[in-house]
Design a protein. Sequence first.
Length: 81
Amino acid sequence: ALLITQRCINCDMCEPECPNQAISLGDAIYQIDSDRCTECVGHYDVPTCLSVCPIDNTIIPDPQHPESREALWEKFVELHH
Ligand code: SF4
Ligand code: SF4
């Protein structure tokens, strides 16, 4: 899964673009639900939230949730079966 860091400026560009509804506005900044983030595996070649985010290095790999491509694919199948 990916992680939104404190660099987020709450521009709301990413939330509507997520194919898994994994992004929402948290207490202060936007946040990613790691249970729903497939890093866009199954939908896009690159994470679409990263593509649209205007602030560099705001969205990063979540160090708490490292996942193999196979695990991300299984999550995609589970979410969309
Ligand atoms: Fe959603 Fe893809 Fe970003 Fe994960 S990487 S939060 S699935 S847009
Ligand atoms: Fe925050 Fe980037 Fe999402 Fe904008 S696109 S809300 S700056 S994470």
